[in-house]
Ligand binder design. Structure first.
Ligand code: UDX
Ligand code: ADP
Length: 466
């Protein structure tokens, strides 16, 4: 895709996004779509990723994304690897690079790894020739903007950088919808005249399509902390209901009935109360651990422990799932074929980051099971995630073939298509007794039981024939 010089085109503003991932790609596509008067360029160090953005299929699967990219790409949306040039031409720079959990040194396993972030700051500094607004899009520890500002404004070129926080709340699988009709857009800046001026410029971008009442303004630290807090609260709801699911299995209460009953209380609300094998995704665990690390840093150990328990419960729920499988399959799965239905961390995405299916696969392999993985979108990532495994795991796009000869099916992802499979046909292809472990509570358990399956769901009494 040709990448025209900003000077040749008549755009009101040049927006650059550094990082063409799950956040940067869809967000900039929406901005370009809604703001034809702005030129939007997305750059990445990963050439393959940029080539894919410029090709017929976007590098990420997101319903509705391909269509909007096709409509805007080459008009006011450009994907490129020319970061230095992009920086020079930009008025506003969104930074959306990865901030994984640190795997080494101080804070390993908890703190955010800020190396990509800092490298980006230095690259912005080296290539800037005019004042710029820099926007944190990646989720970052509270007060990172301050560190960024210190690096940037220590320049001798007389250039002023204003660093803002504009966290992204989109969820994968519904990104385009979330971007088009966000519950809120949050823009945090310093409360100085320069900070407020920059804030208004960013408000003006979103005002192209987001109603004013949904654009929230705050100080920069509140914006940074709100993102971590939102994810922590969402994850906490899932761990809360999952903790209750364990109790339901002991008492014959039904977790879906309990969730429905409590969710009708308007103070609690009904969403994010779906019990499951556990939450996954690139954000929840990472952001909570980040929060935990920050709290310890400020000496708030009780606060840190409170939030860490949300992650611990999630890990326990996944271990419990494997234990349940073992216990109900006569205490051994060694040599048994187990079909995993779904590998993505949730439906409508090909993303497998922190997917519970990964922990379940590894747990089953430790028990010497033979694992067959099927998923409509995530098999390429699944293969990549499990590339260290030499034997005992295979990949099969067709769920019927995956289930054939399997002792058990374990539902890992709530793909709709798994609800309408011909389970009579599937049962006939499996050795008896046949087991279904529904880690997402999406199947018709009574019907499956009547067909002859032994059915184990999350937070429900087991339905077994023996
Ligand atoms: C999340 C936040 O929702 C989003 O606002 C933020 O910007 C990024 O992190 P995402 O990770 O894409 O988005 O997925 P989300 O829909 O939140 O689901 C996370 C995990 O929780 C998935 O594994 C999902 O299956 C699980 N989940 C969700 C449940 O187990 N039960 C629920 O009730 C809801
Ligand atoms: P997210 O889910 O937050 O969008 P991703 O990992 O999907 O995270 O995307 C982050 C992107 O940022 C990756 O494509 C990565 O190659 C890119 N990236 C990281 N560092 C830089 C950098 N210095 N310059 C440009 N792109 C970068």
């Amino acid at each position: 895709m040709p990448y025209p010089m900003g000077a040749q085109m008549k755009f009101e503003k040049n927006i650059l996004c550094i990082g063409a991932g799950y956040v940067g790609g869809p967000t900039m596509t929406m901005i370009a779509n809604k703001c034809p008067n702005y030129k939007v360029t997305v750059v990445d160090i990963n050439k393959d990723r940029i080539d894919a953005w410029n090709g017929p299929n976007c590098p990420i699967y997101e319903p509705g994304l391909d269509e909007v990219v096709a409509k805007t790409r080459g008009k006011n949306l450009f994907f490129s690897t020319e970061t230095d040039r992009g920086i020079r031409e930009a008025d506003i720079i969104f930074v959306s690079v990865n901030t994984p959990t640190k795997t080494f040194g101080e804070g390993a396993g908890k703190a955010a790894d800020l190396q990509y972030w800092e490298k980006t700051a230095r690259q912005i500094l080296a290539n800037s020739e005019s004042d710029k607004i820099i926007i944190e899009k990646s989720t970052l520890p509270v007060r990172t903007a301050e560190a960024m500002e210190r690096i940037l404004n220590a320049n001798t070129k007389g250039i002023h950088f204003e660093v803002l926080s504009n966290p992204e709340f989109l969820a994968e699988g519904s990104a385009m919808q979330d971007l088009e009709k966000p519950d809120r857009v949050l823009i945090g800046s310093r409360e100085t005249p320069e900070g407020i001026k920059a804030r208004k410029e960013v408000v003006a971008i979103y005002a192209h399509w987001v109603p004013a009442k949904n654009i929230l303004e705050s100080n920069v630290w509140s914006a940074e902390l709100s993102k971590l807090t939102a994810n922590a609260f969402l994850a906490q709801r899932i761990s809360s209901i999952n903790s209750i699911s364990a109790l339901c299995e002991k008492t014959e209460a039904d977790v879906d009935e309990v969730a429905y009953a409590i969710g009708t209380d308007s103070r609690i609300g009904s969403r994010f109360l779906k019990a499951s094998v556990g939450f996954g995704g690139s954000c929840f665990q990472k952001d909570i651990l980040n929060l935990v690390y920050i709290c310890h840093g400020y000496g708030l150990h009780e606060v840190a422990e409170y939030w860490e328990s949300v992650v611990k419960l999630n890990q326990w729920q996944q271990k419990r799932f494997i234990k349940n499988m073992l216990g109900n399959m006569f205490n051994t799965v060694a040599g048994k074929r187990i079909a995993l239905f779904g590998f993505a961390f949730k439906a409508n995405t090909g993303d497998t980051r922190e997917s519970p299916a990964l922990a379940i696969t590894r747990g089953l392999l430790e028990e010497h099971a033979e694992v067959i993985i099927t998923d409509p979108k995530a098999l390429p990532h699944a293969r990549e995630d499990l590339r260290d495994i030499k034997s005992g795991v295979s990949f099969e796009p067709d769920p019927y073939k995956a289930a054939a000869g399997a002792h058990a099916i374990a539902v890992m992802t709530e793909w709709k298509e798994y609800q309408s499979l011909d389970y009579e046909r599937i049962l006939a292809s499996m050795p008896q007794p046949a087991f279904i472990f529904d880690g997402r509570n999406i199947l018709d358990h009574r019907k499956l039981f009547k067909l002859g399956f032994n059915v184990f769901a999350i937070g429900k009494a087991p339905l077994k024939h023996f």
